[in-house]
Design a protein around this ligand. Structure first.
Ligand code: OAD
Length: 244
């Protein structure tokens, strides 16, 4: 792996680091990605963006729970990988650090990162469709039998952002503020297809951050980046973090 002189200098001078991660950072933990490798995830014959949609919550909440139970079942066997742990180290080394993730798998938190903005929610929480109160899903039992909301008896749904839904209030704004003021912005393991998350890299670039991508595949972000490492996050990220 070749690291440019420019990146070494940027790392030496950097005070603020912001990182955007996507499903690819958890791929080496055994969590399937949605896109990549020429595939797009399908469940029971349905494309993932159909089952993971606001429309499906309205029309068939049971099916949505089944899909998220299936994913929680996979996750129960997964552990954070060297890329997640490298970001824990980076948080300790950087003067100012923010991790923005599109992942709902909770693996960054399990690895030990403290400053995390979970843009798309967390698979281990449910939320009342009526009063919006949130509950931690304690049970590792699959299938999870969603009870009714204890406050208003409304139905519970997974506390994740689905296609056709707004991001949780304030989360994107906080992420964008950090993207705006950072010196180095890492884009790791995301196909950069889903907005507004992918727009964070553009915000960072407009504000003169140095953009670094880690992804084995080319994405719409690759050309915008100052440096792109074509490889696995679990192999490349620990080497980069060592340089801080
Ligand atoms: P995707 O599944 O779209 O993209 C995963 C990316 O990870 C691809 O570009 C792969 O090339 C890359 N990748 C695979 N293995 C990798 C590795 N070992 N190291 C680094 N990169 C690797 O995942 P996201 O971009 O996160 O949203 O998807 C964005 C959103 O679309 C998700 O949060 C989810 C989905 O629909 C919602 O559910 C709202």
């Amino acid at each position: 792996m070749e690291i440019s002189q420019e990146l070494l200098e940027r790392i030496a001078e950097s005070k603020r680091v912001c990182v955007l991660t996507g499903a690819g950072i958890s791929a080496e933990s055994g969590v399937p990605t949605f896109r990549g490798g020429g595939h797009s995830a399908v469940w029971k014959g349905m494309p993932f963006d159909e089952i993971s949609s606001a429309k499906m919550v309205r029309e068939n909440l049971g099916e949505v729970w089944e899909w998220f139970d299936y994913r929680r079942g996979i996750l129960a066997k997964c552990k954070p990988n060297p890329a997640h742990f490298a970001l824990v180290e980076l948080e300790k080394k950087a003067e100012d650090f923010t991790l923005v993730t599109q992942n709902v798998d909770g693996l960054h938190g399990r690895a030990g990162t403290k400053q995390i903005i979970e843009l798309h929610g967390n698979i281990n929480r449910s939320r009342c469709v009526k009063c919006e109160i949130r509950f931690k899903i304690e049970s590792s039992v699959i299938p999870h039998q969603p009870e009714k909301c204890v406050k208003c008896t409304g139905e519970l749904r997974p506390d994740v952002i689905l296609f056709g839904e707004m991001l949780p209030g304030g989360a994107f704004e906080e992420a964008a503020e950090n993207a705006m003021i950072c010196d180095i912005f890492f884009v790791i393991g995301t196909s950069a297809m889903v907005y507004p998350a992918a727009g964070l890299a553009e915000i960072a670039r407009q504000n003169h951050a140095y953009l670094v991508e880690i992804n084995p595949e080319i994405t719409p972000m690759t050309n915008l980046c100052d440096e792109a490492f074509a490889g696995k996050a679990g192999e490349i990220l620990p080497l980069i973090v060592e340089l801080f």
